[in-house]
Write a protein that binds this ligand. Structure first.
Ligand code: HXC
Length: 287
């Protein structure tokens, strides 16, 4: 489906690109010809990531890191200037940096709520606003991909209130700007991943085996997502193959979000063959 030049002539910034899903996307994009800029708060992590990405990169792709906290608007402005000066252009942005932790909402401190919402929502706004203005001033088309979650829409989620609020805001921003900035040729889409095991998320959200077992049992596909699967979807959305798609949120979760289906629980009640026998018996019942 993809070729070595699927993302040729692109320069994509991935926030939080030093680890986890951000790093997986960076590697994939580089291997398909894109120049890569990654940013994050921890320089050591970024240095290691650059080495890692360069190994998988298409030979002409360049990779650079920028130390930045997405909460700091002035630093983001400075960083985008640096990227443009280093690469000559910036064509794409992936708002991937996130913060999250488990807490009963009544025990949250205002500071805890603010920290997560600042990273997730304000951070995504900061990068989007700076990059969007750059594109508009340059009269250049561009592409923005926002990482949200399966609980951004309709359900929210207990015990991760700041993340649920922040990500819902990011989804609203995706759709609002997809309409408003279509006139400038700027596309915005979102990906809503279900559980993908990464160190950052798992250490904060899936602390032990019992949790892990419960998490897994909610996924009809009966497995977690592979980073490569998410990177493939991100590549498609960042490429010209998706040039008519904007304001869309694509879920990638092995069916986890469908758990509310009224009779889905039957699957957990008995092995499939036993269930089938039960259904047969019901078919033969009259009245
Ligand atoms: C309650 C907590 C807390 C916790 C921090 N706080 N951790 N409160 N439970 N576990 C509170 C602090 O007490 C403080 O409140 C405020 O949050 C800020 O904490 P700091 O450590 O000073 O902030 P900071 O260094 O900026 O760290 C931000 C962070 C941290 C969000 C708290 O966890 C972080 O940096 N995370 C980045 C990586 C990450 O979270 N990755 C997972 C994303 S996964 P006071 O009141 O004292 O100021 C994801 C996917 C979701 O989002 C879907 C998965 C299935």
């Amino acid at each position: 489906m993809f070729t070595d030049d699927t993302l040729k002539d692109q320069t994509i910034l991935i926030t939080g690109g030093g680890s986890g899903l951000g790093l997986a996307m960076a590697k994939k994009f580089a291997s398909l010809g894109s120049n890569i800029a990654i940013c994050g708060r921890t320089e050591e992590k970024l240095i290691n990531a650059v080495e890692d990405i360069a190994k998988t990169g298409y030979e002409s792709a360049e990779v650079k890191y920028y130390t930045a906290d997405v909460r700091d608007y002035d630093r983001i402005k400075e960083m985008v200037d640096e990227i443009v000066s280093d690469f000559g252009t910036m064509t794409g942005l992936v708002n991937n940096a996130a913060g999250n932790f488990l807490s009963a909402s009544e025990d949250l401190s205002p500071g805890g709520f603010k920290a997560v919402v600042d990273i997730v929502l304000h951070g995504s706004f900061n990068c989007t606003h700076v990059f969007g203005n750059y594109l508009i001033e340059q009269e250049q088309e561009g592409n923005i991909l926002n990482m949200v979650t399966t609980y951004s829409e309709s359900t929210g989620s207990a015990f991760v209130l700041p993340s649920a609020c922040g990500k819902a805001g990011v989804l609203a921003m995706t759709r609002s700007l997809a309409y408003e900035w279509a006139t400038y040729g700027i596309r915005l889409n979102a990906i809503a991943p279900g559980p993908f095991p990464t160190k950052g998320a798992w250490s904060r959200l899936v602390p032990d085996e019992d949790f892990e077992e419960k998490f897994l049992s909610k996924i009809p596909a009966n497995r977690y997502g592979e980073k490569e699967e998410l990177a493939n979807l991100a590549t498609f959305l960042m490429s010209d193959m998706a040039s008519y798609m904007t304001g869309e949120c694509v879920v990638i979760d092995g069916g986890e979000r469908l758990a509310a289906g009224q009779f889905n629980f039957l699957d957990k009640m008995a092995p499939r063959e036993k269930l089938k026998g039960f259904f047969k018996m019901m078919k033969n019942k009259k009245g």
